[in-house]
Each structure stands twice: as structure tokens, then as C-alpha cells.
Design a protein. Sequence first.
Length: 111
Amino acid sequence: MYVGIDIGGTKTLLACLDDQGVITQQQRFPTPKEYSTFLEKLAEGLKTFPRQGFKAGGVGVPGHIDQARGVSLGSAHVTWADVPLKADCEKIFNCPFVIDNDANLAGLNQP
């Protein structure tokens, strides 16, 4: 089981995926303006998933990313700046995470 998070300026999509990459459950919520509220929403979303033993996760966020530190540096759409998104997701979901710009991750799914 894997977890994927797509953060947008207006909504966030949280999804569970099986070993074949098929979404088995998802939850959508408005992207909060405050980063601490966003983390609370992620933790609440996790509680709604029946299985929680994730192997890994990925999070796409608009704007610039500091890959070395796993930090979202902010954008015009999501105003959080210099937040430790990777580490916080790993703590909430108890699995390793990757973080990247949402457009880069969308490109991975193209033929």
C-alpha cells in the first residue's frame, strides 16, 4: 500500500494506492492557508483509511522544492514557505516519502 498527496492552491487530494498503482481510496479537502492546519487535515485523512501500513509515499506541491532538505519553498498558489513537508509527511504516515514539484510528478505518468 502506498500513499500519494497532490497539493494544489485550492484543494488537496490524498490517495491510497495498491501495489499495482491503482487508487483504492481517496479523500479531497480544501488546501488550508496555514501549514499547521494542513498537517492536521493530513492526519485526519489518514484515520479514514482502513489500512495504514504504507510502504512509501509521494507528495506533489506547486512551486519550488529544495530536494536536499525535503522542503517546500512556497509558490503563488501555496503560500507556505520553507516548510519541512517531506519530514512531516514521513512522521504522519510512518513511511519514506519523496517530494517534488507537482508538474514534474505529473510528467512521470505520461507515455
